[in-house]
Design a protein around this ligand. Structure first.
Ligand code: NAD
Length: 487
């Protein structure tokens, strides 16, 4: 693949310094297919240096008061916000997402992650009990754990990385972060702001590179007692195995195969646009995206007709065009994988109602080598089909009919994943009943992706281990001790 003229070269960020690496990986612009960036191909040596820097910084950082750390986090949030447009442009170019999505979702949320944990760290309390007959008082105290290893995926690069860095350092840990090798640019840009924000050298170290090399070196490092990982279930299994000899603390946020359940009393005027977003936002590359839509039989035909007509209006094209709704998928390999699911569905007798293989995709001349795909709606897919069981992670959604509440709960639960579900109904009793029985860490009713960061986020079954949020992240990133005083 030809290198575009000005190739950006990233460096690792260790102990407050940008450090070159002996070898590099090519990183592609998904909307053009050009190599536009070179990412350090770090390994054991670089991870060792970063862990050492994080260990050295721990005593000072962990002894700062929550208020001092909070002020630094707020300053960092302000600095990222000041450069929001530059970050959004970079995220869009690096990941393929639309500039609109990067401007309105990714970067504002990265800013908010720092602000949120800057505030929440000031408001935790610990427990205390009294045992009068024994003359004892018991209380708990919490302390940061040490060096946290943070590994993040490519779909929401800075958003998900800062969702880990912010609570980890707010609690007084120091960190070694390893962003996805496919989307490393915004993490590197953030490193440039750390000193100005007042983050002491060594508190945040970023090592770029491959998961199997840099990621695994971090997972296996004996001085990294906790790993917070967001990515695929397969990688999580590997991380669990590799970290087992060290008995590490793990937080695992993984894949999903999320159902939307639409009852015949749903408000379709709200449900249809939201379900289009939940299926196709960020090219369908969000772990929370809907990919199985169960529609009650009485409204099935009407829903399908309106849903497909609206899906066809989603504009696919150059991500930097603010009128575009769907940008490029992350890589050529991923595009091929997503397309292969559509072919498999067709081979099994399902009907592709719009998108891949049905409609034609007109792209601007500069984007013809990019990794684009039309939003695709498939109907009449069997529940056992791989399209209804496996995470596709692209702009593909399956629509099927159901008859009863009991039946749809069983079918919605019949996958290995359990991350997020949406329920559409105007019957309050039903909404509560169904939400309670769905095997899913998050259930949204009559909405999607509305988040209060105070509350737990995470998945059941193969979608994860542990939860993140104000209290959950605080508990994960601190070690609790019970102290008993006899008087
Ligand atoms: P991935 O598992 O391939 O990679 C994630 C990260 O892990 C990357 O930084 C990668 O380099 C690293 N990695 C890979 N192999 C490793 C190893 N052996 N040891 C240590 N690190 C390793 O996932 P991806 O393709 O980047 O991301 C897509 C997946 O992430 C999807 O399954 C999606 O559902 C999931 N995801 C989940 C959430 C959530 O909050 N539950 C959020 C976003 C994405």
């Amino acid at each position: 693949m030809a290198h575009s003229k000005a190739v950006l070269v990233l460096e690792n960020f260790i102990a407050g310094n940008f450090v070159p690496c002996s070898s590099y990986i090519d990183s592609y612009n998904p909307s053009t297919g050009d190599v536009y960036c070179r990412v350090p191909d770090s390994g054991k040596e670089e991870v060792e240096a970063a862990v050492k820097a994080a260990k050295n910084a721990f005593p000072i950082w962990s002894s700062k008061s929550p208020l001092e750390r909070s002020q630094i986090l707020n300053k960092l949030a302000d600095l990222i916000e000041h450069d929001l447009e530059a970050f959004a442009q970079a995220e869009s170019k690096d990941q393929g997402k639309t500039i609109t999505f990067a401007r309105t979702v990714d970067i504002p949320r990265a800013v908010y992650n720092f602000r949120f944990f800057a505030s929440s760290i000031l408001h935790h309390t610990t427990e205390c009990t009294e045992m009068a007959t024994m003359g004892c008082v018991h209380y708990t105290s919490r302390a940061p754990v040490g060096v946290a290893g943070l590994i993040s995926p490519w779909n929401l690069p800075l958003y998900l990385l800062t969702w880990k860095i912010a609570p980890a350092i707010a609690c007084g840990n120091t960190v070694v972060a390893k962003p996805s090798e496919m989307t490393s640019v915004t993490a590197w840009m953030m490193c440039k702001l750390l000193e100005k924000a007042g983050v002491p050298h060594g508190v945040v170290n970023v090592v770029f590179g491959m998961g199997t090399k840099a990621g695994e070196a971090l997972v296996c490092h004996p001085d990294v007692p906790l790993i917070s990982f967001t990515g695929s279930t397969l990688t999580a299994q590997r991380i669990t195995e590799k970290s087992a000899p060290h008995c590490k603390r793990l937080s695992l946020e993984l894949g999903g195969k999320n159902p939307a359940i639409i009852f015949d009393d749903a408000d379709l005027a709200q449900c249809i646009p939201t379900t289009l977003r939940s299926s196709f936002a960020n090219q369908g590359e969000i772990c929370l995206c809907t990919s199985r839509i169960f529609v009650q039989r009485g409204i099935y035909s009407e829903f399908l007709k309106r849903f497909v007509a609206e899906a066809k209006k989603w504009k696919v094209g150059n991500p930097s065009d603010p009128t575009v709704d769907v940008g490029a998928l992350i890589s050529k390999e991923h595009l091929e994988k997503v397309r292969s699911y559509v072919k498999k569905a067709q081979a099994e007798g399902a009907r592709v109602l719009c998108g891949e293989g049905v409609d034609s995709l007109a792209l601007p001349a500069g984007n013809r080598k990019g990794y684009f795909m039309l939003p695709t709606v498939i109907a009449e897919v069997k529940d056992e089909s791989c399209c209804m069981q496996e995470e596709i992670f692209g702009p593909v959604t399956c629509v099927v009919a159901f008859d009863t509440e009991e039946e749809v709960i069983e079918r919605a639960n019949s996958v290995k994943y359990g991350l997020a579900a949406t329920v559409w109904s105007s019957n309050v009793g039903r909404v509560h009943r169904v939400a309670k029985r769905l095997q899913s860490g998050l259930v949204w009713t009559n909405c999607w992706l509305v988040r209060d960061l105070n509350l737990p986020f995470g998945g059941m079954k193969a979608s994860g281990v542990g939860r993140e949020g104000a209290k959950d992240s605080y508990e994960f990133f601190t070690e609790v001790k019970t102290i008993t005083i006899k008087h």
